[in-house]
Design a protein around this ligand. Structure first.
Ligand code: F6P
Length: 342
């Protein structure tokens, strides 16, 4: 049996740990051979492969990124895409594919299995933790740790200058990183995409914080929006790779706070720092277990399934569960954090 592996979409700490788990168990327990496909779905589309065996995965557990490379290439949006993927797999004698990705990459896997019979098993990944079907995605814990450390550092410089410091974190559709890092870092305001914010209220919280002689830290998710919707962001525009750009909320917010409160405000955009570098212990643990269970699913012929975390158990769910809806922050959790605002 030969198994193909690919990583698609935005990279995420823990991808290499998944690959290592798949290959180690696949070779040692099942005697499988592996083919690594480069750059997500581009690999099977173009037949671009790399060697994937035990020596190839040695030492990669703590490494960020992905040894396979990644891209957002989508065979369903490519002429003759599904047929080309099938042709590559048949030419290379690849019997099954483990697809590690987020919403788009897994959506392709679900369709290729359901409509074209390409035998895929899915592994969910995103630092945003916004995939349904699984309690947590690996990469999220690392991103929260990075954002929390940044907030800790920003507290001391904010206090020295008695400034407002706005921290923009990732999260286009869900505020998980903002909520968790904001709570862990003791932020005074947390703004998430799930709930439009009232600028007057934000300024009131900021002013209140200054009254008790303490410089406020405002954590804002990149997808957060003000209630009145008068915001002019760079959103909606596509860059030359076809990605939606959503940057700008942090800068806009600091500007508004400064104008309305008269307090000096600065912005830090954490950006891709949140996605880079070595995964946390939790993410290595989760990613490794996802890898081990994904190759079990291949062994069982359970195609169309995705591994997922429920409590502390790894279970299998249909891949479509992950892509059906964005897993947003529960309003009760956000409300709970509100005691620290202002
Ligand atoms: O992985 C998801 C995510 O981190 C989003 O929070 C962010 O908007 C996006 O990826 C940015 O990805 P890229 O810069 O690779 O398009």
């Amino acid at each position: 049996m030969r198994v193909g592996v690919l990583t698609g979409g935005g990279d995420c700490p823990g991808l290499n740990a998944v690959i290592r788990g798949i290959v180690r168990k696949g070779v040692q327990e099942y005697g499988y051979d592996f083919t690594g496909f480069r750059d997500g779905w581009r690999g099977p589309l173009e037949g671009d492969t790399m060697r994937l065996d035990i020596p190839a995965v040695r030492g990669i557990l703590p490494r960020g990124g992905t040894i396979l490379g990644s891209s957002r290439t989508n065979p369903l949006k490519t002429a003759d895409g599904p047929a080309r993927v099938r042709r590559t797999l048949s030419e290379l004698d690849v019997d099954a594919l483990v697809v590690i990705g987020g919403e788009d990459t897994l959506g392709v896997a679900a369709t290729l299995w359901a409509e074209y019979g390409v035998p895929c098993v899915g592994v969910p990944k995103t630092i945003d933790n916004d995939l349904s079907g699984t309690d947590w995605t690996f990469g999220f814990d690392t991103a929260v740790n990075i954002a929390t450390e940044a907030i800790d550092r920003l507290h001391t410089t904010a206090e020295s200058h008695m400034r407002v410091l706005v921290v923009e974190v990732m999260g286009r559709h869900a505020g998980w990183i903002a909520l968790h890092s904001g709570l862990a870092g003791g932020a005074n305001v947390i703004l998430i995409p799930e709930q439009r914010f009232d600028l007057d209220q934000v300024c009131a919280w900021v002013e209140n914080r200054f009254r008790i002689r303490y410089a406020p830290i405002v954590v804002v998710a990149e997808g957060a929006m003000p209630r009145d919707g008068d915001l002019v962001l760079k959103d909606g525009t596509l860059d030359s790779f076809g990605h939606v750009r959503l940057s700008g909320i942090g800068e806009w917010l600091a500007d508004q706070i400064e104008k309305r409160t008269g307090k000096e405000a600065r912005t830090t955009v954490l950006g891709h720092v949140q996605r880079g570098g070595t995964p946390s212990a939790f993410d290595r643990w989760l990613a490794t277990r996802f890898g081990l269970h994904a190759i079990d699913a291949v062994h069982d012929g359970d195609f169309g399934a995705m591994v997922a975390l429920r409590g502390t158990d790894i279970v299998r769910v249909p891949i479509g569960e992950a892509t059906a809806a964005v897993k947003t922050v529960d309003p009760a959790l956000y409300q709970e954090a509100g005691v620290f605002f202002g």
